[in-house]
Write a protein that binds this ligand. Structure first.
Ligand code: GUN
Ligand code: ZN
Length: 438
């Protein structure tokens, strides 16, 4: 039998959604422990009690390090890793100038494998253990990503990005039929294998024909336990473009709804400029809205209405949108969400930010029973944060009166230097092995 592992440090989990239940939904222990058995969390509790109860366990004492669920990033484009932080364009120009030329390279399996591995290693170094990624139109890009995630033992979601309209460039188009056939074959090959899940992935309605959206809607109906990911209402000029391409549609969401692409298990990236009907329907079907704040400021898209949409009961995740987003870090992403909240006169509490980056994003992927929290039965995907990782953060954190004041400087100013260790399925994948004390 594999030896139990016991991690000691400050621990943070959630008994509920702090947007609904307030900060009391958080469970913080200044000297807590997490017992790992067989890749899952077997028990959490006070450190001393766990140390006494499990004397045979291999102990890693992180001291004042903050142990929490690994970060979950429910909207990324791993193929855009190499073009992150590209200057000066808004959405449609940015796609044409930087994104599409780079995505054309992913028909080469060796290049796709190299970027997939690099992307997952970068994000693990930032404490992110699960992502939901767009790939490219090439099935090879999906194989490369799932293969790299499988080798690292990670729970990930991914899908072949489908584009068949002449709005996408030559060389980066499939067809309605090939999108259906390729997506189906990939889904059958990967969905449910180890910790991998397939998401049906029409890029967004401007780059698909109605025939393709309809074919993918049919595929989703045939495979309702798959997620479906796409983009919705990111920029105003994009919305005007959608209306010109789909003159019959009542609104942007209707271009998905009309073809069977609205439902629970639908992940709608950005969702900034929503009309009342769209909000009503998204709530009714309990779809997931994915907030991508560094992308929304970087590409100049707009200010997501976190407070309003949360109060209305929407299911919301928090994501980087790499490489439209300007960072791989969920810490930087929480900071940007806070800043956008401030611009809307709604300061988001650190407990709410940390919940969004873990349990909230898990909920957006409908995986809250498996990942995103410190609780018995959850998979042992963890991050350990150093709340004094740099001199500027430390000089602020030492004045803190409680955990929220102690963690907020790391949220606002932290990066991968704040990540002491990342654990995937009960194994430490990042960070110094030397902290093991017993
Ligand atoms: N809309 C359609 N494709 C994309 C993309 O790759 N990034 C962003 N930010 N928006 C999109
Ligand atoms: Zn995106």
């Amino acid at each position: 039998m594999m030896q139990d592992k016991l991690l000691i440090g400050q621990t943070l989990g959630f008994a509920g959604n702090p947007f609904e239940a307030g900060v009391d939904a958080a469970r913080h222990d200044s000297r807590g422990g997490v017992l790992i058995r067989g890749g899952k969390i077997a028990e959490t509790g006070p450190a001393e009690a766990l140390l006494a109860a499990y004397p045979q366990a291999q102990v890693t004492d992180y001291g004042e390090g903050l142990i929490m669920a690994g970060f979950i990033d429910p909207h990324v484009h791993y193929p855009q890793t190499g073009i992150i932080a590209s200057w000066g364009k808004r959405l449609i120009d940015w796609l044409n100038s930087y994104t599409f030329p780079e995505e054309m390279r992913f028909g080469d399996p060796a290049y796709a494998a190299e970027v997939a591995g690099r992307y997952l290693d970068l994000t693990l170094a930032h404490g992110t253990t699960t992502v939901a990624s767009y790939c490219t139109i090439h099935p090879e890009s999906v194989d490369a990503f799932f293969t790299a995630a499988q080798a690292r033992g990670q729970r990930v979601v991914a899908g072949k990005t489908c584009m068949d309209r002449d709005t996408a460039p030559e060389g980066l188009r499939d067809s309605a039929q090939s999108a259906y056939d390729d997506s189906k074959a990939l889904l059958e090959k990967w969905h449910g294998v180890d910790r991998l899940s397939y998401a049906i992935t029409p890029r967004f309605s401007p780059t698909s024909t109605p025939e393709q959206l309809s074919a993918l809607g049919a595929l989703w109906a045939e495979n309702p336990d798959c997620l479906m990911q796409t983009h919705l209402s990111e920029q105003t000029d994009e919305i005007a473009w959608v209306k010109s391409l789909y003159p019959e549609a009542r609104d942007y969401l209707d271009t998905y709804e009309a073809f069977g692409l609205l439902g629970a298990g639908g992940l709608y990236g950005h969702a900034i400029h929503l009309e009342e009907r769209e909000k009503g329907r998204l709530k009714e079907v309990d779809a997931s809205l994915i907030h991508c704040p560094t992308s929304n400021t970087f590409i100049g898209s707009g200010l997501f209405d976190m407070a309003g949409l949360m109060a209305a009961g929407h299911r919301i995740g928090l994501a980087t949108d790499t490489g439209g987003g300007s960072s791989f870090s969920m810490l930087r992403t929480m900071a940007a969400a806070y800043e956008i909240g401030q611009l809307r006169h709604n300061p988001i509490h650190p407990a709410q930010l940390l919940w969004l980056a873990t349990a909230g994003s898990a909920r957006s992927l409908r995986m809250e029973d498996k990942i995103g929290n410190l609780a018995p039965g959850m998979e042992a995907d963890l991050v350990v944060l150093d709340l004094q990782s740099t001199a500027d953060i430390a000089q602020r954190a030492v004045r803190a009166d409680d955990i929220w004041e102690a963690v907020f400087p790391t949220i606002m100013m932290g990066d991968d230097r704040a990540v002491t260790a990342t654990w995937v399925a009960g194994n430490q994948t990042q960070g110094p092995a030397s902290v093991i004390t017993q």
